[in-house]
Design a protein around this ligand. Structure first.
Ligand code: UFG
Length: 324
């Protein structure tokens, strides 16, 4: 059985990927500090509770058994917080990655799947965004992710550490089979916030920005179902283990929806009106983010199966309303 080591495997995208890996027969060790992840999300994978800032802890955990590859999800994810407290982001998202890579170099593990983000591109110059678009991140969250990508290129050349940086667009939805879903604290993402307002768990949905240069004035995003992201990780892992070349790959759908479109569709699915209030734009939000998904489809033979908006919203609603 092939063994893989998964940081952040108790978190949102990590736990969906752990489930996909277990279904595919991998032996999975999760390393997670449970600061935002849940123990129950790990399922029947092995869990080591530890913090990537502790270099010895990660070294010891990784050396317990030979791992064919590492999947690195553990990360802070709030763009707004990263402006206010950049040190936290460089310490949690950059320094921790150096600790992990250093530990890998002391073992046989030479393949890594890294959770990167569309935020590495900054303000898009062309839409859809291809992987060759310049990287000009505009916030510390995106900068730390782009820095890790650069480190990975250098470690690849110098130490033969092969890696893929998967640049997620807007991860959303929940496992159609239930038991896993999105639960950040505080929650900042659009779809959970719509459903939390629908359920009365927050007073209203705040619509951030109604003066963007888009057809209805609200920002357009490329929403990708978390189970499709999970599948792309398994395919990327298989690609690397089969000797395929590493590099950066967008994970998105090439289709965009505005905040108002998502809200209207979500109200239909929930069968209730969502109280809302219009607010100014959030710092750093761009009008439109749309992926070119052509490379993932070609390189990994990846086809999103759950990423139409109704499937995303239907599974998210099931999760938030307690039926998922
Ligand atoms: N939005 C609202 N109200 C909310 C939450 C969000 O109007 O309560 C709007 C945002 O302003 C944005 C859109 O809905 O226009 C989507 O916002 P999200 O917070 O759901 O997602 P982002 O596009 O801001 O962020 C996502 C990832 C980040 C990543 C970024 C790439 O969550 O990790 O894409 O730029 F960095």
């Amino acid at each position: 059985m092939t063994s893989v080591f998964v940081t952040g495997g108790a978190g949102y995208v990590g736990s969906h990927t752990v489930r996909a890996l277990r279904r595919r027969g991998y032996d999975v060790t999760v390393f997670d500090n449970l600061s935002s992840g849940r123990r129950t999300f790990v399922g029947d994978a092995r869990l080591i509770v530890g913090d990537l800032r502790d270099r010895d802890a990660v070294r010891t955990a990784l050396a317990v058994r030979p791992h064919a590859a590492v999947l690195h999800f553990a990360s802070l994810i709030q763009v707004g917080e990263s402006y206010a407290d950049p040190r936290k982001y460089y310490e949690h998202n950059l320094a921790t990655s150096l600790n992990l890579l250093g530990a890998m170099l002391e073992t046989e593990a030479r393949a890594l799947i890294f959770s990167s983000t569309a935020a590495v591109y900054g303000v898009p110059e062309t839409i859809p965004i291809g992987e060759d678009h310049p990287l000009r991140p505009v916030n510390p969250y995106g900068r730390a992710k782009a820095m890790v990508e650069t480190v990975l290129e250098d470690y690849g050349r110098a130490y033969g550490l092969r890696s893929m940086s998967l640049r997620y667009f807007n991860a959303s939805g929940a496992d159609p089979e239930g038991g896993l879903g999105e639960c950040h604290d505080p929650e900042t993402h659009l779809i959970p916030n719509i459903f939390l307002a629908a359920l009365g768990r927050r007073p209203e949905l705040e619509i951030f920005g109604t003066d963007f240069p888009t057809p209805d004035g609200t920002a357009v995003r490329d929403y990708i179902h978390v189970s499709d992201l999970a599948e792309a990780h398994v395919l990327s892992l298989e690609h690397l283990l089969a000797g395929g070349a590493g590099g950066a790959v967008n994970l998105g759908t090439h289709r965009g929806y505005s905040v108002r479109e998502v809200l209207a569709r979500a109200e239909r699915i929930a069968g209730r009106r969502v109280p809302r209030v219009e607010r100014p734009r959030r710092l750093g939000d761009v009008p439109v983010l749309l992926a070119s998904a052509e490379k993932a489809e070609r390189l990994l033979a990846w086809t999103p199966r759950f990423s139409d908006l109704d499937a995303i919203l239907g599974t998210a609603w099931a999760w938030h309303s307690g039926r998922g």
